[in-house]
Design a protein around this ligand. Structure first.
Ligand code: FAD
Length: 487
């Protein structure tokens, strides 16, 4: 594979657009951008530019595109599938300077923001008016709206309120030639193809979102939370199925297994007991309904075998319980030098069986797996623990992760629920989709980005065709010149 160097002239022209201090080409400074939250794969970009406006993004993209360089958009770099990981010779376009709130319309429940705005800052901006932004990834204190849109991010409360796609009303997008298009709009159900829905979840492969209009929700009148412990994930899984089968739609229902509880306890000092599994559930809505629903859910949890039910005494204790859940990934550092986050989906009814199968696979691989996940929608997050210093352990962890995803597919699920495919799971796409499915997706991609400038090499399995382009095989001019090879 060739690594095109960035011509000094291009660096100067980029610097003229964004300012020299926002154009990074020093090899030491570039190291900061060589991976995202999936740290076990790294590539140093050729150049990083940090534009501040849509116009600057458009000019930067046009320059990179005319120079024939790949473009990798980047928000906060918290992605867990290598989506913002650079590709060789690329220009990383970082959106971290685009943090302005462009307009708030509480009467219509909308907010227009730049892509670098942090998820939690959206809610902070409107909380005094009684509103909030519902999608709440555990990383919401640091991840950006642009990254959320590109990944169609979810979170604990997406069971009731839906993923990012349900909360984006419009987006301004820069395409590969520097064209600026507006998708969607404040009015519901606009005519024509729903290109906004295509953009959400497109993992930075169609263009760069430079403005996003989000839907805001009224804060619920009441929220009731309980934390329930169980002897094992079997009883906890039965409780989840029972609660939902009773017609209850919790705002969130999260499960942790013994290892995840131990890690959260070590990281936060919470006095959570050493048990096989725990559930953390929120019910929200009108007070009378919430009281009824949470009482009923507690009864079902007890009938399923709950050992103990804890109800937070006040909002501070409730927040602490949620902190225990939301810090669970990072808390793994307390019990393992390294870990790999997987993100598979299974039918909710299969939780107990799949967790047992994961335990068996882990045992066979000689590794530990902690589970902390969105139980209500069957979105598992097996955390494969390993020690990168032990020879071969990282490879075994990756192989186990891949095997777990295959298991999810065998149970009728998916290789990703919310973290995206990125670089990590591109090969696993073939476990779920046939050649015709993949080719149809690739055609959509090429419709937006005919030269494949944005985030090449992500999502689609190893290119079968010239640069992922659908249709018969065409050798790339660089291949013909003997400068690049197909891999
Ligand atoms: C501790 C931890 C917990 C997490 N918990 C959750 C969770 O509960 N739910 C969940 O869904 N995810 C979770 N994540 C994953 C991650 O935070 C999300 O995927 C998030 O949306 C990524 O946002 P980012 O700003 O960091 O994007 P990045 O990682 O920088 O980029 C992600 C993708 O978006 C593209 N992109 C970024 N900005 C733009 C833009 N403006 N236009 C077009 N493409 C763009 C990139 O090219 C890349 O493909 C977690 C991550 C961590 C580290």
């Amino acid at each position: 594979m060739v690594r095109p160097a960035v011509a000094p002239d291009l660096v100067h022209r980029m610097a003229a657009v964004v300012g020299a201090e926002h154009c990074i080409s020093d090899p030491a400074d570039l190291l900061v951008y060589e991976c995202d939250g999936l740290t076990h794969g790294r590539t140093t970009p050729a150049l990083v530019v940090l534009p501040a406006t849509t116009d600057e993004v458009a000019r930067v993209v046009k320059l990179a595109s005319e120079a024939g360089l790949p473009i990798v958009p980047r928000g906060a770099g918290t992605g867990l599938s290598g989506g913002a990981r650079p590709v060789p010779g690329c220009v990383v376009v970082g959106l971290s300077r685009m943090t302005r709130v462009l307009g708030v319309d509480l009467e219509n429940g909308t907010i227009r923001v730049e892509p670098g705005v942090i998820n939690l800052d959206v809610s902070r901006t409107v909380q005094a008016g009684g509103y909030y932004y519902a999608p709440d990834p555990s990383s919401q204190g640091v991840c950006t709206v642009g990254g959320n849109v590109a990944e169609n991010s979810g979170g604990a409360h997406c069971l009731k309120y839906g993923f990012t796609v349900n909360h984006v009303l419009a987006a301004r997008v820069v395409l590969d030639g520097g064209e600026v298009v507006d998708l969607g709009g404040p009015a519901l159900d606009p005519p024509g193809y729903d290109l906004l829905a295509v953009l959400v979840g497109s993992e930075g492969m169609l263009g760069i979102a430079t403005e996003v209009t989000l839907r805001l929700l009224r804060k619920p009148e009441a929220t009731r939370t309980f934390f329930a412990t169980f002897p094992s994930t079997d009883e906890a899984g039965a409780a989840v199925s029972g609660i939902i089968a009773a017609g209850i739609l919790p705002a969130a229902i999260e499960m942790m297994d013994r290892l995840a509880i131990a890690a959260a306890r070590a990281a936060t000092g919470l006095d959570w007991p050493d048990v096989g599994a725990a559930l953390l559930m929120d019910a929200d809505g009108a007070t009378a309904e919430v009281e009824h629903v949470s009482r009923r859910a507690v009864e079902i949890a007890r009938a399923a075998g709950a050992l103990e039910i804890r109800i937070p005494r006040d909002e501070a204790e409730r927040q602490l319980m949620w902190k225990g859940r939301k810090c669970a990934f990072a808390a793994m550092g307390r019990i393992s030098p390294n870990y790999l986050v997987e993100d598979g989906v299974i039918p909710r009814s299969e939780i107990a069986r799949v967790l047992r199968d994961i335990g068996r696979l882990a045992e066979e691989a000689g590794l530990r797996v902690a589970n902390v996940f969105h139980a209500g929608d069957g979105n598992l997050h097996p955390l494969v623990l390993y020690d990168a210093r032990a020879p071969g352990e990282e490879e075994r962890a990756a192989a186990l992760g891949r095997e777990i995803l295959r298991l999810c597919v065998r149970y009728g699920g998916s290789i990703t629920g919310e973290h995206g495919v990125g670089a990590e799971k591109a090969a696993a796409m073939a476990d779920m989709f046939g050649p015709d499915d993949l080719e149809t997706m690739a055609r959509v991609r090429w419709g937006f980005d005919p030269r494949g400038r944005f985030n090449p090499g992500k999502v689609f399995p190893t290119p079968r065709l010239c640069g992922e382009r659908p249709g018969p095989y065409q050798p790339h001019p660089l291949e013909l010149a003997g400068q690049a090879e197909r891999w």
